[in-house]
Design a protein around this ligand. Structure first.
Ligand code: SF4
Length: 416
C-alpha cells in the first residue's frame, strides 16, 4: 500500500449527457465542449444551456467529479464578445476550470476569476514555456504529447504552483498536435481546420506520393500518416513515479462504451498501484480490455523514444479491434413493474441467449444490461434466433434497467 503519494487525477472525455451518465463514478474529472470553441466541433457536444446542469450533476456525485470546459481553439476577433459571454457563463455555472491556449481566453478566465488549464494546443514542451504559463496563473499545464517521460519529469521539477497533466491514452496526430493544417489545406477551407476543431482526419487516408517526374515514392505501407493510438496502461507505475498530476484520456468523439472501458481500466490500474497489487499480468488483462474497444493499434507515443514506423498503423484504416457492435433489434414496450421488455429481433445473423451482455441505445439512453430471461411464443427459452425466411420476431426479455420504446439493442461480438 502506498500512502505517501497522492493518486493522479483521472480525467476523461465526455461528449454528451449519455456519456456523462454512463461513466459516472469512474473519473475524478471530465472535460467537455459546447457547440463552439472546442477542438471536437463534430462531436455531439453539450448545449450552452447545459453548463449549470453539468457542473451540478458532477459536483453531486460521490466522490465529486470536477468539470473542465474546453475553449481551446484559435480565436478570431469576431468571436471575442461571445467568448467573453461563454466564460462568464462558465464562471456562473461553477465550472471548475476552462481549458484554453489563446491568450484571449486566458485573459477572460482571469477577468472572471475562473481557473484555467493551458491546453496541449499550446504545445508546451520546455521548462521556460511552462514557467511562463505558471507565472500568468495557470492552475494546470497540459503538456505537449510529443515529450519523453524524462522531459516531463524535468518540467515538473521546475514548477512550484502549476500542476501538470499528460495524455495517457487515445488518438495521436502524425503532426505535432495543434500544428497541423493538412485538413484545412486539402479541403481548401479554414472551415476544416484542425485548429478550429474541424479536422477531417486526412492523415487516416491511404496516400500515394508521386514526384513531378512521375516517380512514385514507395512507402512501407499505404496509410503512412496514420498514427497508432497512445496506450500507457502497462506503464502506470512509471507515470505515477514521474509525479504527473493528472492522467488524461483522449476521445471526445468516441462512444460512451469506449470511454467507460478505457477509463475503468486506468482507474483499476491506478488503484491497484496504490494498493501495491499492480503487476504485469494485470496490466496485460487491461491491455486486452482496451484492445476490445476502438483502437488503431497501440504504441507508447513519445514517452520512451520518438515514434518510429512501428508507431504507424500502415495496413488498416480506422478501428482494428476484433469486437464489433452488432444490432439485434429494438424495444417495442417496457413494463416497469416486471422489468420485462417486449422486443423485435430484426438481425438474422445473431442468436440471443440468456446471460448475453447487451447495450441499449436510444435518444437519451445508453445502458449496459444482461438478458435475464427470454420468453418466446409464451414459453421460456434459453436462446432465440430469427430465421432467414422469417419476418422480424417478437420476444420478451427481462432486464435490470428501465428502457424506452424504440431504444435499439446491440451486442458486441468477436469477428475475425
Ligand atoms: S489531419 Fe491528422 S495529424 Fe492533422 S490534426 Fe487532423 S488528426 Fe491530427
Amino acid at each position: 500500500m502506498i500512502i505517501n503519494k497522492k493518486p493522479p487525477e483521472l480525467l476523461v472525455p465526455v461528449q454528451n449527457w449519455k456519456s456523462l451518465k454512463y461513466i459516472k463514478n469512474i473519473p475524478n474529472a471530465i472535460y467537455f465542449g459546447i457547440d463552439k470553441y472546442n477542438m471536437r466541433l463534430k462531436a455531439d457536444n453539450f448545449q450552452r444551456s447545459d453548463l449549470s446542469k453539468i457542473t451540478e450533476y458532477c459536483h453531486n456525485q460521490e466522490p465529486k467529479i470536477k468539470s473542465y470546459l474546453c475553449t481551446n481553439i484559435i480565436i478570431y476577433n469576431s468571436e471575442l464578445e461571445d467568448l467573453e459571454l461563454l466564460i462568464k457563463e462558465a464562471k456562473v455555472a461553477n465550472v471548475d476550470a476552462i481549458i484554453a491556449h489563446d491568450i484571449a481566453a486566458i485573459n477572460l478566465a482571469k477577468k472572471f476569476k475562473l481557473k484555467f488549464h493551458i491546453s496541449t494546443q499550446a504545445n508546451i514542451s520546455n521548462i521556460e514555456s511552462a514557467i511562463f504559463y505558471e507565472a500568468i496563473g495557470a492552475e494546470r499545464i497540459v503538456l505537449a504529447r510529443e515529450l519523453s517521460l524524462n522531459q516531463i519529469k524535468e518540467i515538473k521539477k521546475k514548477l512550484k504552483i502549476s500542476k501538470i497533466e499528460c495524455f495517457i491514452h487515445g488518438s495521436m496526430c502524425t503532426s505535432i498536435s495543434g500544428r497541423c493544417y493538412l485538413s484545412a489545406t486539402i479541403c481548401e477551407s479554414e472551415k476544416f481546420s484542425a485548429n478550429r476543431g474541424l479536422c477531417t482526419q486526412p492523415c487516416r487516408r491511404e496516400w500515394k506520393m508521386i514526384d513531378d517526374e512521375n516517380h512514385e515514392i514507395i512507402y512501407d505501407g499505404k496509410l503512412f500518416l496514420n498514427a497508432k493510438d497512445l496506450c500507457m496502461i502497462e506503464y502506470i507505475p512509471e507515470l505515477i513515479n514521474s509525479n504527473i498530476d493528472a492522467f488524461k484520456i483522449e476521445g471526445r468523439m468516441k462512444n460512451p462504451l469506449y470511454v467507460k472501458t478505457v477509463a475503468q481500466c486506468y482507474k483499476e490500474a491506478i488503484n491497484s498501484y496504490f494498493e501495491g497489487t499492480y503487476n504485469k499480468e494485470k496490466a496485460r488483462k487491461w491491455l486486452r480490455k482496451v484492445s476490445n474497444v476502438y483502437n488503431r493499434g497501440f504504441h507508447t507515443g513519445f514517452y520512451f523514444q520518438k515514434p518510429t514506423i512501428k508507431g504507424i498503423q500502415l495496413q488498416k484504416r480506422g478501428n482494428i479491434s476484433s469486437y464489433k457492435k452488432q444490432y439485434i433489434g429494438k424495444i417495442l414496450s417496457y413494463k416497469e413493474s416486471t422489468g420485462s421488455a417486449k422486443i423485435l429481433i430484426e438481425n438474422i445473423n445473431i442468436s440471443i441467449e440468456n446471460g448475453n451482455k447487451i447495450i441499449i441505445i436510444g435518444e437519451d439512453t445508453y445502458l449496459d444490461d444482461t438478458i435475464k430471461k427470454i420468453i418466446y411464443n409464451g414459453k421460456k427459452v434459453r436462446s432465440i434466433k430469427r430465421k432467414k425466411e422469417e419476418s422480424p420476431i417478437e420476444a420478451k426479455i427481462s432486464l435490470k434497467n428501465k428502457v424506452k420504446c424504440n431504444d435499439k439493442i446491440y451486442t458486441y461480438i468477436k469477428s475475425d
